[in-house]
Design a protein around this ligand. Structure first.
Ligand SMILES: N[C@@H](CCC(=O)N[C@@H](CS)C(=O)NCC(=O)O)C(=O)O
Length: 205
């Protein structure tokens, strides 16, 4: 098959899986766990030297970094509707994707690790509290932006929505205020049939 997606769905591999489902792409899903053993083998390290998931091999284009992968899939299949052909549209796709990666994901990760993921003895409450507090101001920014539009770029779903919604997958648990527009947008994103199909893969490992 032309497109291979490496990594179990219960990982950041959900992002390329969701993108592939949105675009209607046939793909081979290599359900490898981020703890190994396959991702520790030289054959996988030649694909992703970080040893992390996800990675893809798109007919010879080999990439790691989940959000770079979704951008690549969207851009190379413009008929799929996730990309834009205007300078403004492309700029906004990068803006929201980099905002997700740099302003949201590190804080969301700190909060999740220090409330749930790490063994209790390794959790530091002060790190979780500081992260969740900083996130609130950014979530308010998102809520204001979405107050007069359905999707990040306006009236149609794009890869920017996919990327930010996936990074904010625990939005409901992270929000400390009403955030009506952000919550409604997040529900719209996750209710999409392609998102549902991708998330269903998580129960299959
Ligand atoms: N920034 C990378 C992070 C990749 C990453 O850390 N993936 C986790 C799974 S969600 C992983 O493979 N962890 C295993 C490890 O760090 O060894 C991306 O977005 O693709």
């Amino acid at each position: 098959m032309a497109l291979k997606i490496y990594g179990i769905a219960a990982s950041r591999a959900i992002r390329p899986l969701w993108a592939a489902e949105e675009l209607g792409l046939p793909y081979e899903h290599l359900r490898w766990h981020y703890e190994g053993p396959e991702t520790r083998e030289p054959a996988y390290l030649a694909i992703n030297p970080n040893g992390t998931v996800p990675a893809i091999d798109d007919d010879g284009v080999v990439l790691f970094e989940s959000l770079a992968i979704t951008l690549h899939l969207a851009q190379t299949r413009p008929a799929g509707g996730l990309w834009r052909d205007s300078a403004r549209g492309v700029g906004e796709i990068y803006q929201w994707t980099l905002w997700a990666a740099s302003e949201i994901e590190p804080l969301a990760r700190q909060w999740f690790h220090h409330t749930s993921f790490l063994p209790p003895a390794q959790r530091v409450e002060a790190i979780a509290t500081s992260a969740i507090d900083k996130l609130q101001q950014r979530l308010q920014t998102l809520d204001r932006h979405l107050s007069d539009r359905e999707w990040l770029l306006g009236d149609a779903f794009s890869v920017a929505d996919l990327n930010l919604a996936a990074v904010l997958q625990r939005l409901k648990d992270m929000a400390r205020s009403e955030l009506p527009h952000a919550r409604a947008w997040h529900q719209r994103c996750l209710a999409r049939p392609a998102a549902q199909r991708a998330w269903a893969l998580r129960s299959q490992g």
